[in-house]
Design a binder for this molecule. Sequence first.
Ligand SMILES: Cc1ncc(COP(=O)(O)O)c(C=O)c1O
Length: 349
Amino acid sequence: MITHDAGARGFGSDNNSGIHPEVLAALADANGGHQAGYGADAYTARLQEVFRSHFGDRATAYPVFNGTGANVVALQAACDRWGAVVCAESAHAHVDEGGAPEKTAGLKLLPVPAVHGKLTVEGIAREARGFDDEHRAQPQVVSLTQATELGTVYRPEEIRAIADFAHARDMRVHLDGARLANAAAHLGLPLRAFTTDVGVDLVSFGGTKNGLLLGEAVVVLDPALNRGLDRLRKSSMQLASKMRFLSAQLIALLSGDLWLRGARHANALAALLHERVRDLPGLRVSHPVEANAVFVTLPAAALAELHEKFFFYDWDGAAGEARWMTSFDTTPDDVDRLAEAARAALGAR
Ligand SMILES: Cc1ncc(COP(=O)(O)O)c(C=O)c1O
């Protein structure tokens, strides 16, 4: 039955990991008997309390299958049909969702340059304009990613400044939180301190990269955005009939400290990897290491040698840039082996 080496781990992505044992146990606990489908089950009801304990009493959580779906549903909820979304040029929604926000939601994305993956008010201002121009798709949402695709983290005051700027222009703030837990672990703050409390209107909350089999949630923080969200989730093909199993996993993640344990561990091992490789000759770290990714540029021969031994992605192949990503189940030994192999590959040159 088993067709892979269950002891092998690479640095490809945090979603290359398996299911956290506590999440697997929660799935087994939720099994058996019948529960009404489509969210009318005991687990999805309980899930609301769990999300409110993190995001405040006005939050409502809508479980969905995946992160692209969460973004597509959330962005539609925050936009009119003629709306546009300002995002970083590195945003997952822009570069890694197969055009889903444009194709499925019919929304125009307005990407802007973002150093280390982080938007600034000045960057957003380049596209947050033309509000009285009927020829221009109307910028109605700013979408940030926290932690960013490049492994960096916004501080609460940075998000507050962006939210103030956006709200002053009647725009909404969406946070792609596929790695929101990693951001919390880096900041040492509760989730609401850099979402609800600083003006974020809605969040795509990620579970898959932090130990779930699959499952994310659109978390609506401004109740006005609940209108029609359930319909949008259905018409975007993100309504799970057996929703109890999405909800049971998210409860397992968020009702105790599993979300934070997993994220802290992944971040700590990225920090360890960074420490081990940052001074190697010929290697350059491309972005601050704040969450669970280490981006490096290496000479092509060293990169090729490492690819023979480890699974990871080239981020910018032409520039010789690789992304090494850690996960809740990465071990210090895994990091040692990669760091030593990098040393050998570079030293051999
Ligand atoms: C920043 C970010 N957002 C969203 C996603 C969700 O993607 P998926 O649709 O694969 O679950 C990912 C996954 O890589 C991501 O890195």
